[in-house]
Design a protein around this ligand. Structure first.
Ligand code: F6R
Length: 242
């Protein structure tokens, strides 16, 4: 696992965006695995700026997002589909038919999960997967548990995650309790992974992630056995690393 400690959030965002640009430079039709949440917002802003300055071309790129809330339509401002359009897809020269976010409104959810995994496989797998990390160690919405699931699946969000997500909704009742997420197998099959984390709240989990042990109660700890992971954190998130 490689580790990059950036000075601050801005530098972290630039370093993460640069990694993605590098992958696209080497392979113009790269397949990107993307995340939502607060952490990648700066990275997406940087990618939009690079695209505007013609430093990166997304026209042959395909994307697969990690997750989506269950029961929230794509047009809902808190859906991950909406987030991706708002933060990235609507501002770059990507063919939007090549962007994929799991459909949380699918009538047959089992089929949706199976088809999502098949589509990733049919595209030759993910070239670079971007991950954030939950305070409890979740990646995608693979929450701490005794067992972790390999493929895309429906999952119940933990109280911790529901509370963390509540900041985006008007009331607690509106916060979704279930989501579709890529599984640990999908994530681990990516050729390269970058995990980004910023701020005080992530310091504890970042130190656990690097503890040299694999624990399904800290799903991100599995990344330690992946051959090509770069963890990019800012100085505050790095402060408890021994
Ligand atoms: C989002 C996702 C989640 C987030 C994580 C951190 O697509 O998969 O695992 O990356 O919850 O979220 P932030 O960045 O908001 O702290």
């Amino acid at each position: 696992m490689k580790m990059i400690v950036a000075r601050d959030y801005e530098e972290l965002s630039k370093k993460a965006a640069d990694k993605i640009v590098q992958v696209i430079e080497n392979k113009p039709n790269a397949v990107l695995g993307l995340a939502t949440g607060s952490t990648p917002v700066g990275m997406y802003k940087q990618l939009v700026a690079y695209n505007k300055d013609k430093l990166v071309d997304f026209s042959y790129v395909t994307t697969f997002n990690l997750d989506e809330y269950l029961g929230i339509p794509a047009e809902h401002p808190q859906s991950y589909q909406y987030f991706m359009k708002d933060n990235l897809f609507n501002h770059i020269n990507i063919d939007q038919s090549k962007t994929h976010v799991p459909n949380g409104m699918a009538e047959d959810i089992e089929l949706e999960c199976k088809t999502y995994d098949e589509m990733i496989r049919a595209h030759g797998g993910i070239d670079i997967q971007v991950l954030g990390i939950g305070n409890n160690g979740h990646i995608g919405f693979n929450e701490p548990d005794d067992e972790l699931i390999v493929g895309t699946h429906v999952t119940s969000l933990t109280q911790d995650t529901i509370k963390a997500n509540a900041r985006f909704f008007d009331s607690m009742d509106e916060v979704p309790t279930k989501a579709i997420t890529m599984g640990l197998g999908d994530i681990m099959k990516a050729k390269e992974i970058i995990l980004i984390a910023s701020g005080e709240a992530k310091a504890d989990i970042i130190s656990k992630l690097l503890a040299g042990k694999i624990d399904t109660q800290v799903p991100a700890s599995l990344l330690q056995v992946h051959p090509n992971v770069t963890v990019i954190v800012d100085e505050v998130a790095a402060k408890l690393i021994k």
